[in-house]
Write a protein of this length. Sequence first.
Length: 147
Amino acid sequence: MIEPFSDEYFMKKAFSEALQAFEKGEVPVGAVVVANGKIIARAHNLTETLNDVTAHAEMQAITAAANLLGGKYLGDCTLYVTLEPCAMCAGALGWAQTGKIVYGASDPKRGFRKFAPKALHPKTELIGGVLETECSELMQEFFRERR
């Protein structure tokens, strides 16, 4: 059983966003932003829907959270995302001074740790591998269906 308000609990919420992306034909990445134990933003990839290469789940979640909070900094927030952020998203998360980032599956081909390992704010806590199997399998299924 998953404990309420644990990293696994919130990653499940991000995973449900990834499933919505999958159903729309988007690369299945989902994200939620949490502040004070409450989800304040939910998002999934919309690059195909919006015809916008910057419409990654993380970018959508950052914008929604900042709009709700009325400021650009997310220092007291945690972002849960099903895939390791790319360099673009890591840069945005760094500029937003996101307090904690939790991701599911690693992305050895396009993840920020390969291309921009110092993109995050120095005080950002990073945790990877939460529900990694489920997140990885969804990505693999998506790309298997497209090839």
